[in-house]
Design a protein around this ligand. Structure first.
Ligand code: ADP
Length: 802
């Protein structure tokens, strides 16, 4: 039905129009004013308007003008109906206001009706046309949609990924062939059983939650999950993405999704992460057992349901660690390996891997294989109980040697090992091997460091000469003994670096293997003079290690001992001969001795006996000094009085051409802190020497000089003197300037040695200087006495040197 709007302020007019138009059987709308009419037009679609011209408020023309202004109503035909103004001016105004007709009352109802009918028909035709156009447009759109969808699917089918679309509620409405092939399912099956069936159970909750969230919010969806591949009954990691498509109104109309296989990438990432963690674990211990146990632990359950590490010990494979998530099963496995130890000659499994150093991979452990592995029915039963599905075995290699085997088994998880898994396991084993190597190296380095420390602290000189003759090591003792610094020796050719080595090397005995090697003692010319070194060598792969010891002092001692025998026996023989000769003469009956001669001989016996006693005393004293057994009683002594007495004693046996004078510098009290008896012996010895070594006579002066902390004794003689180079050596034991006694002056060489040792024991000093042009001056400095005085204990001093 079409609407006709009748506008008149007078109800009777409206009624009249209703009467006229009623037979048209259309829907009549009534308006009592221009405003009313405009309102009606807002609400309804109208085919034609019959508009009264004279109306209070908006009149007909004004109303028409407003209608024509509006886009939606502009095209509606308006028929003015008026009773009054028939003048042209009015009619013109009506047409210009948009009227299609101008009807004057009274009018012919028939004409009016048919006029309106024409407009109604026109309206209906227009409407029909509009609808047709709309229909065509819709069909075209549908066609377009179909085409675009087809194009999309065509594209989707050409994709390497799995492509799908879903309705806004998430239900699949398209899945490409690639996906169907992957799942080995028809579209209907997939929609019916639901895609949740092809998801790995572990990934299901997360996936559902995310998908639901995407559907609820209309936000793009993204998720990583394992999808079941029918071809090999495995799960592969996929990245699923879906984006929503919306219509112009912004309503979600479809989901476009894809699943991209990222299994390899994911595995690589996982392996990488695993290896990283493995690296940290492996580096955390230096004990390889701990390391390997940690490796086994790490593998379960990420790589295996079972992990076992066997290592080679005493030629046999021993299980070091077994890991399983279920402790009960670990017991079972241990029991199994105890009951059925691996056959070392087995053609497969750990012993085989150990022998060949090559990995083993069994993707599928079927019945047949189990039967092969099993030793007997019980074994087969136990192994079956463990539910082994797939296994791999990789060698543990360190320093090019297979030292064990890592076995990995999948059971409960149902996973099947492939080359990727084997590669990962091999990598872990390789890293474990490296860790073990590192631990061993570390230990070696530590041992070496310890060895180096030992070498550094050992008292023997040790050095290493490599096969090229280059010195590679020179320890501290070697430095100390030879005076050659390690920096100057190491890295240089031994013949260049070690003086005389070119001649001596050949004489050094070199043993073939570690063990006692005979050593040779030979002289080496060093910066400090000639040193006697006892040296031996041991050859090994990289060269020869030499060890040496400085025997110069031992050798000196040896010489000393020989000297002692020579000197002392001579010294003893001289007085003995005199005593013996005198005694023999006295005993002769055939000889009538004069009284004077008789006395003279007895005198000789007394004097020589005293000398013998003196020599023996000196020997005794020297030995006491050497062994530290000599007691020293330090006390306050009067230096002047003490010296006076020594000088007096000396004067009793002065040769004719020698004099002894005592010069005290002042009358000061010269108190010293010394052992009185021993100080007297020192001074006596020095004055006796002065007399003895003045064979051509001379004046001897003994001078006392007070100092701040010391009292100095000086003995001047005009005798033989001491050459500069010998000034310190004469204080050595048994050392004599003229051992052959060319001047006929005997002695043991002990006097000055004893003097020096006694002076040292009271913290004094003794030395010799030339006495101008002739003779020498011996100086002794003894600490001045200051209260209170300590009593010095004897101390141990093995050997003395100046
Ligand atoms: P001895 O006199 O028994 O040989 P000493 O130890 O007293 O032993 O002296 C060591 C050496 O020092 C002597 O052999 C001598 O050659 C030298 N000597 C000691 N005193 C003097 C001196 N006053 N003048 C020259 N030489 C001396």
């Amino acid at each position: 039905m079409t609407n006709i709007l009748l506008v008149d302020d007078r109800p009777e007019n409206l009624l009249a129009l209703e009467g006229i138009l009623g037979p048209l059987d259309q829907n009549l709308l009534y308006a009592h004013s221009g405003e009313d009419a405009l309102r009606e037009l807002l609400l309804h679609d109208v085919a034609v308007i019959l508009l009264d011209v004279q109306m209070p408020g908006l009149d007909g023309f004004e109303t028409a003008a407003l209608i024509k202004q509006r886009e939606r109503t502009r095209h509606i035909p308006i028929i003015f109906v008026t009773a009054i103004s028939k003048d042209e001016q009015h009619v013109f105004r009506g047409y210009s206001a948009g009227a299609v007709d101008y009807v004057f009352k009274p009018f012919n109802p028939e004409v009016m009706r048919s006029k309106v009918a024409v407009f109604i028909e026109l309206h209906e035709k227009t409407e029909q046309l509009r609808q047709q156009a709309e229909l065509i447009k819709e069909q075209e759109l549908a066609e377009l949609r179909r085409e675009s969808e087809e194009r999309y699917r065509f594209l989707a089918e050409a994709q390497p990924d799995q492509i799908w679309t879903a309705m806004p509620n998430g239900q699949l409405d398209y899945v490409n062939q690639r996906a169907l092939d992957y799942f080995a399912a028809s579209f209907a099956e997939l929609v019916e059983t639901g895609w949740t069936q092809v998801l790995h159970p572990d990934d299901l909750p997360r996936t559902i939650e995310r998908w639901q969230q995407a559907i609820d919010t209309g936000q793009p969806y993204e998720n990583e999950a394992r999808l079941h591949r029918a071809a090999d009954d495995s799960y592969r990691w996929h990245l699923t993405r879906a984006v929503p498509m919306r219509n112009r109104q912004g309503e979600l109309v479809k989901w476009f999704g894809s699943n991209t296989d990222m299994h390899d990438q994911k595995r690589a990432e996982e392996s990488q992460r695993f290896l990283l963690e493995a690296g940290a674990t492996l580096g955390s211990s230096l004990d390889y057992r701990t390391t390997l146990a940690a490796v086994a632990k790490m593998m379960v359950p990420r790589i295996a349901d079972w992990a076992r590490v066997d290592i080679l010990e005493d030629g046999k494979l021993r299980t070091l660690a077994v890991e399983h998530v279920d402790q009960g099963k670990v017991e079972l496995a241990l029991d199994l390996s105890r009951r059925y130890p691996e056959d070392p000659d087995a053609a497969q499994g750990p012993p085989h891997v150990l022998r060949t150093g090559e990995s083993e991979l069994a993707t599928e452990i079927d019945e047949e294989r189990l039967a092969q592995l099993a030793v007997d029915d019980l074994h087969l039963g136990l192994v079956r109980e463990l539910g082994f599905q797939s296994y791999m075995c990789v060698p543990l290699v360190a320093r090019g040697r297979v030292l064990g085997v890592i076995s990995l088994v999948s059971a409960e998880s149902g996973r099947r090992y492939g080359p990727d898994d084997l590669a990962l396991a091999e990598e872990v084993a390789r890293r474990a091997g490296t860790a073990i190597e590192n631990a061993q190296l570390y230990r070696e380095v530590e041992e070496r460091a310890q060895a180096a420390q030992v070498l550094a602290t050992v008292a023997d000189g040790v050095f290493l000469v490599d096969r090229e003759g280059v010195v590679r090591l020179w320890n501290e003792a070697a430095e100390a003994i030879t005076g050659l610094r390690s920096d100057d020796v190491v890295g240089r050719n031994a013949e260049e670096a070690l003086p005389g080595w070119d001649h001596l090397a050949a004489r050094v005995p070199v043993a073939g293997a570690p063990g006692p090697a005979a050593s040779e003692t030979m002289p080496f010319e060093l910066a400090s003079g000639e040193r006697w070194l006892s040296i031996s060598g041991v050859g090994f792969d990289e060269g020869t290690v030499y060890a040496f010891r400085d025997l110069t002092e031992e050798r000196g001692l040896e010489e000393l001992r020989q000297d002692l025998v020579a000197t002392v026996s001579h010294e003893l023989r001289t007085p003995l001969a005199a005593i013996y000769g005198s005694a023999l003469t006295l005993a002769r009956d055939d000889l009538e001795l004069e009284e004077a001669m008789h006395r003279r001989l007895l005198q000789v016996i007394v004097e020589e006996s005293a000398r013998l006693a003196e020599i023996v005393n000196d020997l005794l004293l020297a030995s006491q000094l050497d062994s530290g057994r000599l007691d020293v009683h330090v006390e306050r002594c009067d230096a002047r009085e003490l010296t006076e007495r020594v000088v007096e004693a000396a004067r009793t046996h002065l040769p004719d051409n020698v004099t002894v004078e005592l010069e005290a510098a002042s009358d000061d009290l010269l108190a010293v802190a010394a052992d009185e008896g021993q100080l007297r012996q020192v001074l006596g010895n020095l004055i006796d020497n002065a007399i003895k070594y003045s064979p051509d006579g001379g004046d001897i002066r003994v001078r006392l000089e007070p100092g701040e902390q010391y009292v100095r004794f000086a003995i001047f003689d005009e005798g033989l003197g001491v050459p500069k180079g010998e000034q310190s050596r004469i204080f050595e034991k048994f050392y004599r300037l003229d051992p052959d006694m060319t001047r006929g002056i005997g002695g043991t060489g002990l006097g000055l040695y004893i003097s020096r040792e006694l002076v040292r024991r009271v913290e004094g000093r003794i030395w010799v200087e030339p006495n101008g042009g002739r003779g020498s001056v011996f100086y002794v400095e003894i600490p001045a006495a200051s209260e209170p005085l300590r009593v010095r204990k004897p101390r141990n001093k093995a050997r003395a040197s100046v």
